[in-house]
Design a protein around this ligand. Structure first.
Ligand SMILES: Cc1ncc(COP(=O)(O)O)c(C=O)c1O
Length: 399
């Protein structure tokens, strides 16, 4: 066994279920391990590597910014932060931005924001309604918001003020709304929950309910934002605009950055209400700015629509031949394939042997969230491997 894998077992807190390879290099949608073996990477750093691995746009922005100013704190104005804020506002329906370092921090900040709104504009309301199978991060408050009970076990007492209701169920939201409710927080497509797409009619109903009840609608677009679904922002798929949106993952293309975007009416933070030492620092913002400019200039969302559509079509053909594939779902390059049994772990393990990196958010679901620069030839390569692997795995599994 590799020295590094042994070292991890001895030294690292054993929280991550790792695949037994040590990655040392990446380029485009491909990575290499420490023995020189190459893999097609359809995990994409958990939907982070927007431009693929080590894109020159990212490497150049990193090295240029590293030679001028890396960090200063938010006590001062810095140019990349303000240029990035301006780019996000001019390319979205939102008016103001706050930068954090991760998705969970962006969501924490968004919940503070909506609680303050509730405090001042809905008679002190503070509860946030979220959905079953949602994922909002691992801080105490966000794992409480998250709709996966297993993540919460052992960490009580959990913070008050979160209610989980079934996904795609407007009546459940209506029933859960009371005088304490200040906001509803949803993912347009649940990623960690198994690639579950929100029904546009449901989202329209939620939007209307929020307007009628003076609730803030928050979309957690940490996974769906920045072109992942084939539109710049995931909410554009349904056309339902939230009041507040959170981003992270693909926003930095690999450097840690998150963001809260808010419409003016809901942007209730004032001096001293929120802050971060690293959030919005020049290094992360310069890289994110370069990523965002590239995404826009190259129309990566358009590319994602095309290549994601091709990927879906090829997966649908696999499904037509293999009845044990019970569903193919998603948008753009966030795709889930569901099986009639718990074979996803084995499919991931067998694909690894053939040089393909996959992810499984549930025992019966495989998820594809590759770099947005994925090419059709790479889709073909993945489909060849997946079909071979499926035949092998299914041959071993009794019906
Ligand atoms: C929708 C969503 N929200 C929040 C998070 C948490 O982001 P982070 O791991 O950057 O804290 C994730 C991570 O997978 C996510 O998919």
């Amino acid at each position: 066994m590799s020295h590094w894998i042994e070292l991890e077992a001895q030294r690292y807190m054993p929280v991550a279920k790792r695949v037994p390879i040590v990655l040392v290099r990446g380029e485009g949608s491909r990575v290499w391990d420490d023995e020189g073996k190459s893999y097609l990477d359809l995990v994409g750093g958990w939907a982070v590597n927007t431009l693929g691995h080590c894109h020159p746009v990212i490497a150049d922005a990193l090295s240029e910014q590293a030679q001028s100013l890396i960090h200063t704190s938010n006590q001062f104005y810095t140019v990349p932060q303000l240029e990035l804020a301006d780019l996000l506002v001019t390319n979205s329906p939102f008016d103001r931005v706050f930068f954090s370092n991760s998705g969970v921090e962006a969501n924490e900040g968004a919940v503070k924001l909506v609680r303050k709104y509730g405090q001042h504009h809905r008679d002190g309301a503070y509860t946030v309604i979220t959905t079953d199978h949602s994922f909002h991060g691992r801080s105490l408050a966000m794992l409480t918001a998250t709709g996966k009970p297993a993540y919460k076990q052992d960490y009580g007492p959990l913070p008050a003020g979160f209610v989980n209701v079934p996904f795609n169920d407007l009546d459940a939201i209506k029933r859960a709304t009371d005088k304490e409710t200040c906001a509803i927080m949803l993912e347009p497509v649940q990623g960690e929950g198994g690639v579950n797409v929100a029904d546009p009619a449901y989202l329209r109903g939620v939007r209307q309910w929020c307007d009628e009840q003076n609730l803030v609608l928050v979309f957690d677009e940490v996974q769906t934002g920045v072109g992942r679904l084939g539109k710049l922002w995931g909410f554009q798929i349904s056309g339902v605009e939230p009041d507040v949106m959170t981003l992270a993952k693909g926003l930095g293309g690999g450097v840690p950055i998150g963001a809260i975007l808010s419409k003016e009416k809901f942007s209730v933070f004032t001096y001293g209400d929120h802050g971060s030492t690293f959030g919005g620092n020049p290094l992360a913002c310069a890289v994110s700015l370069a990523v965002m400019r590239h995404v826009l200039k190259e129309d990566l969302p358009g590319h994602v629509t095309k290549v994601g559509g091709y990927f879906m079509d090829r997966l649908e053909s696999l499904r037509a031949e293999r009845p044990y594939i019970t569903d193919v779902r998603g948008h753009g390059l966030l795709i889930g394939v569901e099986f009639d049994g718990d074979i996803a772990g084995e499919v991931v393990a067998e694909s690894l042997k053939e040089g393909l990196l996959l992810n499984s958010p549930a025992a019966n679901v495989v998820r594809f969230m590759p770099p947005l620069v994925l090419r059709e030839e790479e889709v073909d390569e993945a489909i060849d491997i997946v079909s071979r692997v499926l035949d092998r795995v299914k041959a071993k599994t009794p019906a």
